[in-house]
Every structure is written in C-alpha cells, then in structure tokens.
Design a protein around this ligand. Structure first.
Ligand SMILES: Nc1ncnc2c1ncn2[C@@H]1O[C@H](COP(=O)(O)OP(=O)(O)OP(=O)(O)O)[C@@H](O)[C@H]1O
Length: 200
C-alpha cells in the first residue's frame, strides 16, 4: 500500500507559528480527513503537500520518494489538489474544460457546457472544479473544503465520486467544516490544533 506522508512540518509567518511539527499519513484506497478550527493551519498544510508553499522544515514524501520544492513534475504526476479558493479562469467555456462523454453522463455539467466559468453559480463552479481535480485520476487527491457552496444534492454526488476515486485506488485527503459529511465518508481523522496533528 502506497502512502503520502507529511512529517514534522513546521511553518511560520513572521508573527505566527502556524505549524509546529504536524504529521499526516494518507494511505491509498482511503479517505483521510483533516479537521480543526478556523485558522488552525489546515489550508497551509494542504498548500505544503501540494507544493504551493514551502515548509520551514519537514518532509513530504510518497513512500520512499521525497518531494522537494523543485519536484514539481513528480508532484504533478502523483497528486491533484483542489485549493480552497476558486482556481479556474473565468473566460474559459465549460465545454472546453471537460470531456464531452463525461459531461453527457452528468446532468449538472451537461446543462452548463456552453457557459463560461465566470457565468456559473458558486456551487456549479465548485462542482466543476472538483470533477476536474478528480478526473486526473491521480494516486493522491487533496481537497481543501470541497463542500463549501454546494447544495446537499451536489454534496451527495461529490461523495459518490469520492468513493469511485477511492475504489480506483486513490488516497484522498479532505478538509471541511461540514462534520456530518466528513464523519460519514472519513476512515481516518486528524485534528490540527496548536500547530500539531493528533489522530482522532
Ligand atoms: N499570507 C499570510 N500572512 C500571514 N498570516 C497568514 C497568511 N495566510 C494565512 N495566515 C494565517 O495562518 C493561519 C492558518 O491559516 P489557514 O488558512 O491555513 O487556516 P485554516 O485552518 O485553513 O482555516 P479555515 O478553516 O478558516 O480555512 C491563520 O491564523 C491565518 O490568519
């Protein structure tokens, strides 16, 4: 079984110690959840795992493979990442982003294929972003607050997609404040508090 590991992660802003030795293990074929209060550092840990920012110290690795700051291609091959904030350029048409055969099977996306991203509703845009991140079929999938802005029906659809991705072998790391859904789908849980993680 392959694992994404973050070990002894420290990250400081000039006047704030955000992470102080955080540890996380994300095995494949598993949904791992990271929870914690607002501002506890969850997004910071995601950004470090995704290589968007660099930790002051600590290790990110997949099995024996160390992921250094410069390992961008290696990261891209192994990981896909949904940031907390919208990331798609507004001017692109949905139909140019997603495979038509896929869109034909999804009612929500099927209805908005001709629209530009900037003209989607918040929930439609978030749903599209999640599908794109999942469709890359990476070994590890990092989802930072995917459910924000989604209706319960869309959340249920996303959960179905997450189970599919997991059954195809992906390891999923997810953070969200919707505890009802998190506790429904998660198999292992970490709480981030005072810069450190503990297994729940
Ligand atoms: N660019 C920045 N400069 C200084 N402090 C920052 C910066 N970005 C984030 N922070 C601070 O770092 C801490 C951790 O932020 P982070 O976004 O990782 O928290 P979070 O757990 O994801 O929060 P939330 O659940 O609200 O999304 C917060 O106290 C935040 O104010």
């Amino acid at each position: 079984m392959s694992k994404l590991i973050l070990d002894s992660i420290f990250f400081y802003y000039p006047e704030l110690k955000v992470l102080q030795g955080a540890f996380l293990e994300v095995p494949n074929r598993t949904i791992t959840c990271l929870v914690g209060r607002n501002g506890s550092g969850k997004s910071t840990l995601f950004k470090i795992a995704a290589g968007q920012i660099q930790a002051d110290s600590g290790i990110t690795q997949i099995e024996e493979l160390r992921l250094h700051k410069k390992s961008k291609i290696t990261r891209f091959k192994h990981l896909s990442y949904l940031p907390q904030k919208p990331f798609l350029p507004g001017s692109i048409k949905v139909g140019n982003l997603i495979d038509k055969s896929f869109a034909d099977q999804d009612e929500i996306i099927g209805h908005v294929l001709k629209k530009r991203v900037k003209n989607l509703s918040t929930g439609e845009r978030r749903y599209l972003e999640i599908l794109l991140v999942l469709s890359l079929g990476r070994e590890f999938i990092l989802l930072d607050e995917p459910f924000t802005g989604l209706s319960p029906i869309l959340i249920e659809k996303v959960i179905e997609h997450l189970h599919n991705a997991k059954n195809h072998g992906s390891g999923i790391l997810i953070s969200d404040h919707y505890m009802r859904y998190i506790s429904e789908i998660g198999e292992s849980f970490y709480l981030l508090e005072s810069g450190r993680t503990q297994v729940l």
